[in-house]
Write a protein that binds this ligand. Sequence first.
Ligand code: PRT
Ligand code: ZN
Length: 288
Amino acid sequence: MHNEPILKIAIQKSGRLSEDSIALLKECGIELRNVKDRLRTVSDNFPIEVFFLRDDDIPEYVEDGVADLGIVGQNVLAEKNRNVQTIEALGFGKCRLSIALPKTVAYEGASTLEGKRIATSYPVIVAGYLKKNNINATVHEISGSVEIAPGIGLADAVVDLVSSGGTLFMNGLKEAEVLLESQAVLISNNQLNKHQQTILEKLLFRIRAVKKAKKNKYVLMNAPNEKLSEIISLLPGMKSPSVLPLAESGWSSVHSVLSEDEFWEKIEQLKKAGAEGILVVPIEKMIL
Ligand code: PRT
Ligand code: ZN
């Protein structure tokens, strides 16, 4: 048997990005067996091998070519500063890296940090921010539970990831400034060969179809024929909406696709225009 080209992708072994990374590959039709408790696994139906790693190591592995692709947060990517290419934002793992201070301390911009002690797991990003703003402060690198540092007297401020803000709140801290907005991204090694490039394009085509589908809903509704033109004018659709006659004369069924940004507004307008029995259905894949 000869060696078929295969693309190696590194994803987080266990943590906040693991499930969504595996789910994305599965939604792309890539079958993966025994994803639990394994270091690597090869798909049976797509030329891809998955490596399970700590997220911090992924940029380095991809830069070195140990893995060809990786899925990692932009926060880790910015901190590690490796020579890799960002291919596509994936829409999950959303959070922000923020400066937070005890609730009682007023924040008046970067200068508030002058002479202070800052606890963080992101020393590179923090050092860059301080330098840019000409601030002298001490950076304490800690690897976990950064948010407790001010409470135990280890630091005056923290720079940490925030999503709901609950963790900061519970520790008597407030978010003062966002340094970075982050989500999971697909990254790639800079020197993929032609075969690898081809597989990447195939994967990317599927990822985009999955992403697009998630952003859109399939909508079906009944419309009185005399209101059809008004209703159709409200609908974007991929080409134009499909219109089918209903068994009851004078009525039609109208099918279309709506994006989530305009969804509720459109539904209201459609109801006002006379649409009834509106059904909304998730789309699995969307290929344009
Ligand atoms: O073991 P490994 O090194 O692989 O994992 P890890 O412990 O370093 O990372 P993990 O699994 O915690 O997070 C992986 C990635 O998820 C991060 O690098 C981010 O890109 C992304 N992400 C999204 C988050 C959050 N949201 C998040 N809320 N990572 C961490 N948090 C933590 C944050 O550090 C804080 O402790 O959640 C807490 C705040 O959450 P809220 O909702 O209370 O604000
Ligand atoms: Zn990590």
